[in-house]
Ligand binder design. Sequence first.
Ligand code: KG4
Ligand code: ZN
Length: 349
Amino acid sequence: MIVFGIETSCDETSAAVVKDGRVLLSNIVASQMEEHALYGGVVPELASRRHVEVLIPVFRQALTEAGCTWADIDAIAVTNRPGLLGALLVGTSAAKALGMALKKPVVPVHHIEAHLYANWLHTLAPPGYPLGAGAGGGASVQVDYPAVALVVSGGHTDLFHLRGHSDYVLLGRTRDDAAGEAFDKCARLMGLGYPGGPAVQKAAEGGNPKAITFPRALLQGTHEFSFSGLKTSVRYALQGENLPSISDIAASFQEAVVDVLSKKTILAAKELGVERVLLAGGVSANTRLRDVMQERCDKAGLALFYPPVALCTDNAAMIACAGYWHLQNGRTANLDFETRASEPLAGVQ
Ligand code: KG4
Ligand code: ZN
């Protein structure tokens, strides 16, 4: 089965062609990051307009690179929630039009669920596909259920118990800032620009992670997170008399985030008795997070999975993969689905 994936929930316009939920035939991502960087963050109206402009060329490129025509496509999968409403509507309107014209099913996909499915893609992607550095968590166990998953993106820090396809329990989430938001806000405080995650990671490379012991909100007895106190501490550190170097502050901040994320995720996996841990979302591209998670998972006897860097941030291949599994599991689609700015992926049990 060949699925055409569409993603326009934020500032990336992406289209992908994925075969059997695992073989990436193409994955085109047109980023608007540079335009939004001028304003220090995503400007929703600008995002919608750019999606409209580049959507058709991106679609064409996805088909060409995959060596396909519309006739080869069996189904269309599109992000319909959560995200910027105007941006989402560009993708869902196009998907519905395609579905109607091609007489093919259209499957609405939850963006966060798709981030989780990026883990299914990478372990099964064909050798040689240009996925970039860092592919694979090195686990010998196949990615499967049950698992504990940490989704860390610009808007989410969610810990899930994954029991099966579309059978998820939310263990906990952030009480305030998301991990990616903390990276973005602290990068701005440090004058490192937007998006903050990659900038902080780069600045941290030459820094001492032990230079400053930033607070770790472990919120024991819960699976919840909090990063707003850490952000305040970074602000104070920048106002000190004997100002440490930006590299040291960045490395120490990154260490505090990674320490909390890895400790809490591994504790949850142990409590639930699962043997797999999955990372997903933009922040899972962070090298230090991957390394510390790997070290601690190895120690705890847990198999760790994370997508290659190119599939951690927003892309349509993960949308196509999620759509494939929905169809496999008998979730029939019709064209009257809604587009929603917010909707939790799963409830707390
Ligand atoms: O998943 P994503 O592309 O978009 C959302 O759905 O939010 O995640 C974007 C977030 C941004 O906050 C960005 O700063 C962060 O992921 N990010 C990183 C890294 N690469 C992207 N954070 C830390 N280290 C990175 N290398
Ligand atoms: Zn995302």
